[in-house]
Design a protein around this ligand. Sequence first.
Ligand SMILES: *Cc1c(COP(=O)(O)O)cnc(C)c1O
Length: 465
Amino acid sequence: MSDDIRKRMFAEMQQKILFDSARDAAYGYADTAQQRNVFPTPRALEDLAIFDEPLPAEPGDALQILRQLDEYGGPATVAQIGGRYFGLVNGGVIPAALAVRWLTDFWDQNTPLYLSSPIAARLEEITEGWLRQLFALPESTVAGFVSGSSLSILCGLAAARQRHFATLGWDVNRRGFVDAPRLRVIASRQAHGTVAKALALLGFGIDNVEWVEADEQGRIRPDRVPRMDASTILLLQAGNVNSGAFDDFEKLCRAARRVDAWVHIDGAFGLWAAAASRLRHLTRGIELADSWSFDGHKTLNTPYDNGIIMCRDRDALANALHAAGAYITYSDNRDGMLHTPEMSRRGRIFELWATLKYLGRSGTDDLVYGLHQRARQFADELEAEGFEILNDVVFNQVLVACESDALTEGTIRHIQQSGECWVGGTQWRGRSVMRVSVCSWATTEADVSRSVAAFVAARTRARGA
Ligand SMILES: *Cc1c(COP(=O)(O)O)cnc(C)c1O
């Protein structure tokens, strides 16, 4: 690195003009978050052309880079921190966690080992204990902190595979799947797409899965689950990604435990129902499973990206994810990389820890139950306006339809174009439906009513078209 540019970078670090500008731009963004179009305007999208340029030959100007991103990038964002984005299952952001993120960005910690970041290791250990308490999971349960459920599902299944093969005397890390004893995987046809991806990545093969029918709410049908055995992995779901429905954990986990089958629960957003006293009944029996994957960035509203794997059998998880190298010094303290597939990892634990510390038990309960209340309000108001609600709104998801698929699809298009709010579409039991996911603390009663008005206006337009 030339002295010239190094000097400039030291100055940028010391003088803070750059960071003050970033802060001002961020505040400007936050102040308009409620007013801006929820999805970028066509103009904002066209303006993205400004970013089409060849890789710069020379170092640039930091302030100019920041300003360009603020001026042209900001308008092309989805207004996720406002209260009227209802797509995917996207959480908002808790200010305390965002502030902690700003601070810890300066720390730039790499968190594979205690020796690479003692503070991260300590907070991972503490947060692991808090989560165990919050979800009432077994004492032996450990946590790994990853980017999201896509990865935590992979970890859970890797641990399951590890333990089943170990029981059969087969070292899967060394010998792989070739000539291995056969493991069975049972999953619902309503399992999330990332479950199939994890099974594919791990070599189970999607066509080898024993797929089970779901009922009209999207819950796995216990009467259709094949007989399990000690080489079976059963995948259950806390929160169907469309309907928000919960599987019958108690019944199925008990059946699995009797024969030493492994149960993994994909609870990406729904596991948090266990943290709300009035919704906890939905998760009855989860503590009988073997591994649980869920997100911080959905229901809990941590910043992105934040996912968690919890596993009752620490050795199975660590043996599945273990890496060795002469330069890796494990300690007697917690070394996070034993519980995650990654080695280098940002300190996302700071944000998860800060969120839980800020909300506490009652704040978490309040947040989760509040999402449910807003979803109920959505369903009630939409029904009163003549929309059809297709699911039991047990959690935060609402499935909505008009008289015909064409009208539903047209209504979705007009809602998305309105900039008033944003919902996506999905297929549900052979119909095109609108899929509302209430997932941000920032969504108020007024936001829901305003969004319902946008639905009504969009349907009128779609009828006219
Ligand atoms: C979102 C989601 C996932 C994937 O989680 P990411 O955090 O996006 O990787 C898996 N399962 C369910 C049920 C989900 O809602």
